[in-house]
Design a binder for this molecule. Sequence first.
Ligand SMILES: Nc1ncnc2c1ncn2[C@@H]1O[C@H](COP(=O)(O)OP(=O)(O)OP(=O)(O)O)[C@@H](O)[C@H]1O
Ligand SMILES: [Mg+2]
Length: 214
Amino acid sequence: MAATRKRLLVSGPKGGIGKTTLARNMAVAAALDGLSVAMLDLDMQRSLTKWYSKRPDEMAPIAHFEAGMDRVTKDALAGIADFDLLVIDTPPSIEDHPEAFRLLADAANLILIPTGQSDDDLDSVRPWMRFVRKTKTSGEAAFVLNRVKPRARSFTEAKSMLVRDGRVCPIELPDYEDVAFTSSKGIGLLELRGAKGTEYVAGIWSFVRTELGL
Ligand SMILES: Nc1ncnc2c1ncn2[C@@H]1O[C@H](COP(=O)(O)OP(=O)(O)OP(=O)(O)O)[C@@H](O)[C@H]1O
Ligand SMILES: [Mg+2]
């Protein structure tokens, strides 16, 4: 048994910000690149697991695991072995699980923190990034702007605020209906023919892949 090469943690304090969306689209992008990929769903709402259960057989293979935040241990994480990449999706209010989060943060090579461009989102994710950077002993953390309206002034304002607190993925995901559509089909945006927004997902994945050194 070989250790899983890289772990990508998608987390943030806010609900509905795009954690599960980002997690599954990164897993799909990695699988399409021919990497061996597993996902771990730690959210008891099981959104990622429900998506996975709809995944058509002919799609690029992804392995799937589920657990509760109270089951997160070093050994449990090490037990998911032999993959190039493990993508971990977390519940909202992650700050309620400080011990589990510390373990996950230490085990992760990269933490992605999705956020929208609204002040409400920024007020929540900016202090979280500061906390993450204090907690994390190795590896990197980066914001990913999601569901953005790039033409609005608040978009550039949001980006300018975020760079004060940490890294920001240079490519963001706009609001596209196809993103929500694929969530009910068990596929990633990159797997939907003619989908809008694929270049953004591909770009975010390129950033992640480079950051992970995969
Ligand atoms: N870029 C996008 N464009 C359009 N819809 C999006 C986009 N990102 C996310 N959504 C939709 O927004 C909703 C919330 O996204 P998602 O479930 O990924 O958030 P979450 O952070 O995992 O939420 P929770 O905290 O409840 O687990 C979903 O219905 C999803 O399809
Ligand atoms: Mg979710």
